[in-house]
Design a protein around this ligand. Sequence first.
Ligand code: NAG
Ligand code: NAG
Ligand code: NAG
Ligand code: NAG
Ligand code: CU
Length: 571
Amino acid sequence: MALLTAAAVVEHTFVVSQMNMRHLCRDTLVTVVNGQLPGPVIDVTEGDSVVVHVVNRSPYSITIHWHGVKQKRNCWTDGVPMITQCPIRPGNNFTYQFNVDGQEGTLWWHSHVAGLRATLHGALIIRPRQGAASYPFRRPDTEIPIIIGEWWQQTDLVQLDRDLAGGNFNYSPSAATLNGKLGDLHYGCSGAMEEGHVLEVEPGRTYLLRFINAVLVSEYYIKIAGHRFTVVAADGNYVNPYTTDTIAIAPGQTVDALVVADASPGSYYMVAMAAQPTIIVPPFPVTTTRGTVRYRSAGAQQQPLVPVMPDTHDTDTSFYFHGNLTGLQNRQPSSSSVPTRVDERLLVTLSVGSMCRRQGQSSCARTNAETIIMVNLNNVSFQLPGGATESLLEAHYGRGLGAMGLVTLPDRPPVAFNFTDPALVQRGPREAWLEPTTKATTVRRFRHGSVVEVVFQNTAVMQTDSNPMHLHGHDMFVLAQGLGNYDQARDVVRYNLVNPPVRNTVLVPSLGWTAIRFVADNPGVWFLHCHYLFHVSVGMATVFIVEDGPTVGTSLPPPPANFPKCDGSRT
Ligand SMILES: *[C@@H]1O[C@H](CO)[C@@H](O)[C@H](O)[C@H]1NC(C)=O
Ligand SMILES: *[C@@H]1O[C@H](CO)[C@@H](O)[C@H](O)[C@H]1NC(C)=O
Ligand SMILES: *[C@@H]1O[C@H](CO)[C@@H](O)[C@H](O)[C@H]1NC(C)=O
Ligand SMILES: *[C@@H]1O[C@H](CO)[C@@H](O)[C@H](O)[C@H]1NC(C)=O
Ligand SMILES: [Cu+2]
């Protein structure tokens, strides 16, 4: 025993409270951890245990989700309200305790309650146990997390979620941010520009930038004038080095990239710009933020060089960025090859439909006053079980899920239509032509150890959105992506079964599809959802239940002490 390197226990206290922050010359009440935005960085080494005491001094019930942490046999600390736990009520506290075994790279943490993750988030960095010299790429001189965020001053972010669920989509962020800074494209008070994020560099040095997209609503493109990125990891999994001048990153995703300070000493803007689908309903402002990469030796007065950004509606840049990533084999701490046997195959459409506003009414006038727009998976829009007194996970582990009124997620769309036919993207009175959809608490059960293949198929119903789909508790092999309708006979030969990238959030391209595989070997109740708030709030989600295996070591242990109790209210 004494020969083993002792793994550390890394302990944090997160006090969640509200405070005023001033941007765009206006005070806005925000909910933050320890008075910081972004919140504290959790910096650990592979194999460590993490203990976070969350003390809730905000007026909201909250949970914290450790995004990308696999939580092996520890679904209890996954932090999804009413799915894995009852939320922590105002004035209460709960201690999350988990290990980071077999994972390295950039992950993050965020609140999983409504829109609060816009301000309740931070980086979670897992370093290799053998130190930075063991990175499978040139050792960086400096490492910097860079969180792309959004500044919302229009609304209470919990109310925003209720408004979305009620059919009011007329909200948008006021600005984008880099590490909480809006940058000099925005005015603060008395004509002064907002402060931007500054990265000071020394000529010739190498920087590892750990990008995290923590926004609620958009993919982003990132560029630094005069510099190139070498992408070395994504979602906490190494990739074969890929050199590009533009990074594409969707909400929920992380990208680690090396930047060498090899330009002539000066100042260069780092720009993050929202990438939008070609047709977006309702229209949405493009948020752009910029910071500066400044060489220490350069004169301070110099006007920074501006990068040429892709067009906002250029979806190809995102498609090619994702298509060019390949996984670095034999390096993940728990490296595994793609399973070739498939036990379960699902084709899941990500689409839009409508429902009568009045509960229980099956038909109604197709007008905004009477119908409401919902998004769905295979034509079922997800809702949490009503009036539950415990989370799905507690019910699953305890008295069973029988009373929860669950419905099985269909394995295929009920109606095969020409999913990506652009004729389905219509303008005008939207409700009038949307097909009805239904709401239910959908789940799909998997036997322990099953190999699951899911093809996510976007549709052209109403819009041309991409969808970043995030699976909790498991990483996914991203086998292939394509445009148009998925066709198994044609597309299966394009699968990368050799070195696919491994991610926890896969981007399903605009008017296209993405095929993934994962091994359902982590017992528990795992949320699968789109990472756009405007989609997850109106039903683009489901739950994957992974059953216990045959042994104690493959089963979920009992819940931790002091697990929060429900008070009957939703959140
Ligand atoms: C956490 O809650 C317990 C039980 O209510 C209480 O005794 C304790 O003081 C609280 N801790 C903090 C740091 O608020
Ligand atoms: C990789 O990127 C290049 C340049 O953008 C593009 O032409 C190519 O099709 C991409 N490859 C894949 C497999 O997406
Ligand atoms: C689907 O729609 C596209 C675009 O209109 C069309 O080119 C294609 O032939 C259609 N496919 C089928 C199977 O009808
Ligand atoms: C979705 O389900 C509703 C209600 O069962 C049905 O009327 C509608 O035609 C379905 N639409 C699609 C695209 O499957
Ligand atoms: Cu979505």
